[in-house]
Design a protein around this ligand. Structure first.
Ligand SMILES: CC(C)(COP(=O)(O)OP(=O)(O)OC[C@H]1O[C@@H](n2cnc3c(N)ncnc32)[C@H](O)[C@@H]1OP(=O)(O)O)[C@@H](O)C(=O)NCCC(=O)NCCS
Length: 266
């Protein structure tokens, strides 16, 4: 991989996306109409082919500037917040066992992620230029890293039902005050049995035990299951973000014709 030209802090190279999709990749976490030219300069200077860029949904000027620059909308993310100072944590009425993951269960967590995210509609799956199977593997890798890399997650809870591992919930501590639910999945055969709800409750309890004051959970705006469970537990809508992708002309050479013409995600 070529060295990053750090002309700006507005974007950063994304080695994980690059390794997964085989194109020089970058991320811009907070684009606005003022810093957009610097983001584009960063990409040109670093020969970026694939950029993932986010902006708050309230910044319509940024949205219009990105649209004019050829960015395409891939997803809308809703952030929900639980206030541990004022909200009681509901009772967990599930009989499914929720417990921390064991070191020998990493590949089982990966297998649950593969099944749960196979037909997902996040920003990777939404992009017809990206291979659908590789987009699913992003979540598999992420779930496994949550189990093995302390920087990825502070805790992974798993659900055990009928003698097997059927779900996972990764949590991260963002600051001494704030926790975040970062990734979760339930094996499709065990969905709609209240397992995600149980993860929320046990996750909130853990955050309270750590002395945290609030917990964030982000989700795709179309993810009704997550929103229902969070709102019922006492989360409240907080803010929202758009995720855009931008493909740069240098990417054309990296894509064989059949990948460009790949069918729609299922
Ligand atoms: C989202 C997900 C984790 C939910 O897990 P689950 O164990 O089935 O959720 P629960 O059984 O606790 O259900 C929570 C609520 O969502 C509802 N729900 C579950 N699946 C739903 C669906 N596909 N469509 C609409 N509502 C759904 C449930 O009815 C319940 O609401 P209710 O109490 O009002 O009836 C699971 O569907 C999944 O793994 N999806 C793919 C990956 C994903 O989206 N992960 C979360 C984002 S990181």
């Amino acid at each position: 991989m070529k060295a990053e030209i750090s002309s700006s802090a507005v974007a950063e190279l994304s080695p994980l996306d690059e390794a997964r999709f085989g194109v020089r990749s970058a991320r811009a976490r907070l684009v606005n109409s003022e810093n957009l030219p610097s983001v584009l300069d960063f990409c040109t200077a670093n020969q970026v082919e694939f950029l993932v860029a986010r902006c708050p949904t309230t910044d319509i000027a940024a949205v219009h500037a990105m649209e004019a620059a050829g960015f395409q909308l891939m997803e809308s993310l809703l952030y929900l917040r639980f206030d541990l100072k004022t909200h009681p944590i509901p009772k967990n009425q599930s009989d499914v066992l929720i417990r921390p993951v064991q070191p020998n269960e990493v590949s089982q967590v990966g297998a649950v992620a593969r099944a749960a995210f196979a037909n997902y509609y996040g920003h990777y799956h939404a992009d017809p230029k990206l291979d659908h199977r590789k987009s699913t593997e992003v979540y598999v890798d992420w779930a496994e890293r949550c189990c093995t890399e302390p920087a990825a997650a502070n805790l992974v809870l798993v659900a055990e039902a009928e003698g097997q591992l059927v779900g996972f919930r990764a949590l991260r501590v963002n600051s001494p005050l704030q926790g975040e639910f970062i990734l979760a999945g339930v094996n499709p055969e065990f969905q709609r049995r209240g397992i995600y709800r149980a993860f929320i409750i046990e996750g909130l309890k853990w955050c309270r035990e750590q002395g945290l004051k609030e917990v964030l959970n982000s989700t795709h705006v179309a993810n009704v299951a997550v929103q229902r469970a969070c709102l019922q537990a006492g989360f409240e809508p907080a803010y929202s973000w758009y995720t855009f992708h931008k493909w740069f002309p240098q990417a054309a050479a990296a894509f064989p014709a059949e990948r460009k013409l790949r069918g729609k995600p299922t």
